[in-house]
Every structure is written in C-alpha cells, then in structure tokens.
Design a protein around this ligand. Structure first.
Ligand SMILES: NC(=O)c1ccc[n+]([C@@H]2O[C@H](COP(=O)([O-])OP(=O)(O)OC[C@H]3O[C@@H](n4cnc5c(N)ncnc54)[C@H](OP(=O)(O)O)[C@@H]3O)[C@@H](O)[C@H]2O)c1
Length: 315
C-alpha cells in the first residue's frame, strides 16, 4: 500500500485527498517505482475541475503524469525506450497515470534513465513540458537563424521551448511578467512584457521580423500578436488557444478537439531531452516543492499561472 492523492469529486483543489492505495506487483513489461518526486502540470487540476467533462465513473481520480524515482521491482521483459530497466535504476516515468503517490507500477515503455545532472525534483519536471516544447519546435520547423516569439516564456513549457530553440540556433523573444526578465536574460532570452502594445514592443526588438510564434498562454493577445507579426501562419502554433486556433488558421497541438497529439514526436522527444540535459544544454527550473499531503496548495499555485517554474510534489 502507498499514499496517493486522489480527486474525490469534481471541483477545486479542496477535493483532493490523500488515501491509501494498493501498489500492484509488476507484471510482464511493467516496473514499480519508489517515487521521489512528482511533477505538477496545469492539466492535473483542469482534469477534475469539470472544464474537460465530469464523468462520475472516473472518481476517485488518480492524478499525475510524470515522476522520478528509483525502481524497486521489475516484471519480465521490462524494456524501456533506453533498454532493460533494472531494480535500483534512477528513472523518470512519463507518461504515467497516478504519479501523485509514494510508489507506482507503470509500463516499462514509460521509463527512461534519470539524467545524473538533475535532482529528483528537477527530473520530475522535465518531460511533460519538455515533450510539448519539442513538439512546438518540430511542428513549426524552428532552426538556425529563425527569430521565435514565445508567449509565456517564464512558464514550464515556455522556458523549455526557448532553451530548445536557442540550442537550434534561433533568437528567442519571450513574453513574461517584468520581475522575471533578469532571470530570463540569463537563459539568453530577450524578455518582453505582455499586455497592451505587445506587438509594437516585439517589432522594436525584431526589426527584421518574427519567423515563428509559439503560444503557451492562449489569450487573444497572444494569438492576435502572433498573426500580426508572423507572415507564414503555418509557423504559428498554440498549445492553449483551443477556442481560436481553427478560425485563426494556426496549428493546435496536444490532446483535445482538432489538435495534433504528435504522439510519435513526443514519445521520441524524451530521450532527446535527457541527452540535452546531460550535455548541459537544457535546465529545469523548480519554482517550489510541496509535500504530497499539500497537493491542494500546489494546485492553487499552479492554477494562478505565475509559479515561475515547475511545481513538484515530494512524497
Ligand atoms: N496542448 C498541450 O499539449 C499542452 C501541454 C502542456 C501544457 N499545456 C497548457 O499550456 C499552458 C501552459 O502550461 P505551463 O505548464 O507552461 O504553465 P505555467 O508553468 O503555469 O506557465 C504559465 C505561463 O503563462 C504566463 N501568463 C500567465 N498569465 C498571462 C497573461 N495574462 N498573459 C501572458 N502570459 C501569461 C506566465 O507568465 P508570468 O508568470 O511571467 O506572468 C507563465 O509564463 C497551460 O494552459 C497548460 O494546460 C498544453
């Protein structure tokens, strides 16, 4: 048995409870992970908020799609994307179901080696944002010499997107609250305040134009600024503007109506991300950690949308 955070009904973070749940022994192709950290993502609170439906049969609902930890048991043929998984391996599990737990049994296909350069807390925040960032760049063909506008560059997806784009040789201009600009400059990002007049401020920073716009925020301002600045609308992608993308004629990525899930790209991205981390080309910024029992407080912070990095639960 282990502690796990479950959504006991649809609603706000107050519906989260820690309960004792069974950890099944791993069967063929499965491994059990002693979870050292679990990444928190906006989807984790959206899924029980009611905004994505309210199917009562899903309750109580396990939460959490990414963890880091140590393998404690393996079934037969426990082979992951990087090879055989063994007891004692330090790993990342992504994608998983029910990661907000002390221990979890998952398919070995979701298990990759944890980069030694990352703490368990950082490792738990690498993949969900990282594969999304990688998908954004692949979908818009970001490469050497591009000028890329990233909306929400101080967020989990935004900061990874910017680092991957810079690694490809692009110039990155990113929107963020003013108090984040110094830190963003340390990453090589040209930071700009969002809000009225955004398009003009970006034009001033990019006199030769903006080639690509990547939206992780989903506001009308982000979509309209992207449309105004980027000539080729095939090079505008959003992961958040589900209500606008089709009518605006821009790419919509992720899981949801009309969106490109990019399953193969995202699956492949995991080992690309860990390789970049090992080479010192990608950093994971953890804004705050919470004990598992304080998952509600963690969700309140993430729902505000200004955490300033990854939020992580520690069992
Ligand atoms: N479709 C997909 O595949 C997919 C995958 C992952 C995430 N998502 C979605 O993408 C969004 C971002 O996820 P995340 O994990 O990066 O979230 P996050 O870490 O909470 O980042 C939120 C970002 O939004 C910025 N922001 C907040 N309010 C803003 C406003 N009014 N105008 C402009 N920027 C604003 C924040 O900037 P400051 O803090 O500087 O104010 C921050 O950079 C979420 O909606 C999430 O559900 C979609």
């Amino acid at each position: 048995m282990t502690d796990a955070v479950l959504a006991t009904s649809y609603g706000g973070p107050e519906v989260l409870e820690v309960r004792d749940v069974e950890v099944p022994a791993p069967r063929n192709g499965q491994v059990t992970i002693d979870v050292r950290a679990a990444g928190v993502n906006p989807y984790d609170y959206k899924v029980y908020s009611g905004m994505l439906g309210s199917d009562e049969s899903r309750l109580p609902m396990p939460l959490g799609s990414e963890v880091s930890g140590v393998v404690t048991a393996v079934g037969a043929d426990a082979t992951g994307p990087a090879g055989l998984v063994e007891v004692g391996d330090e790993v990342i599990g992504f994608p998983v179901s029910g990661g907000y737990a002390g221990s979890i049994t998952v398919p070995a296909t979701s298990v990759i080696p944890k980069p030694g350069a990352l703490s368990f807390e950082q490792a738990a925040g690498l993949c969900a944002t990282g594969v999304t960032a990688y998908h954004l760049l692949e979908a818009t063909g970001v490469g050497l010499g591009d000028t890329v506008l990233v909306h929400g560059v101080s967020g989990g997806v935004g900061l990874t997107t910017a680092q991957l784009a810079i690694e490809r040789g692009a110039k990155v201009i990113g929107t963020a609250a003013t108090q984040r600009h110094d830190t963003l400059r340390d990453h090589g990002i040209i930071a700009v305040e969002y809000g009225d007049g955004l398009a003009d401020r970006v034009r001033a920073l990019a006199p030769d134009g903006v080639d690509v716009a990547l939206d992780t925020v989903g506001t009308d301002e982000a979509v309209d600024t992207s449309l105004a600045l980027v000539h080729d609308h095939d090079r505008i992608a959003t992961i958040a503007a589900f209500g606008r993308a089709e009518q605006a004629g821009i790419k919509l990525l992720g899981n949801g109506p009309g969106a490109d899930p990019g399953s193969d790209i995202r699956s492949r991205a995991r080992l690309v991300l860990t390789a970049l981390v090992e080479r010192g080309l990608l950093r994971v910024v953890v804004a705050r950690t919470f004990p598992l029992a304080e998952a509600s407080a963690a969700h309140e912070l993430v729902a505000e949308g200004h955490a300033g990095g990854k939020v992580v639960l520690v069992p």
